[in-house]
Design a binder for this molecule. Structure first.
Ligand code: FES
Length: 67
């Protein structure tokens, strides 16, 4: 399945399918076998780049509705 990215309202970016996740140096995070990963959009996570739920307590608001 090709990669599918979903921008969750007021929350993380959900990434599903086949993809690689690389840092700025080209080193990869091991996401093999995971059905989905959630990438932080709010900047408050303590597990960057992954969402740790901190957006909820931070009151992050970003509806991000496609038009
Ligand atoms: S989007 Fe969840 S911690 Fe940032």
């Amino acid at each position: 399945m090709p990669a599918k990215l979903t921008v969750n309202a007021n929350g993380p970016l959900k990434v599903e399918g086949e993809f690689e996740l690389l840092d700025a140096t080209g080193k990869a995070w091991d996401v093999a076998g995971k059905p989905a990963v959630f990438i932080c959009r709010c900047g408050r996570t303590q597990k960057s780049p992954f969402c740790d739920g901190s957006h909820r307590t931070a009151g992050f608001v970003s509806p991000s509705v496609a038009d």
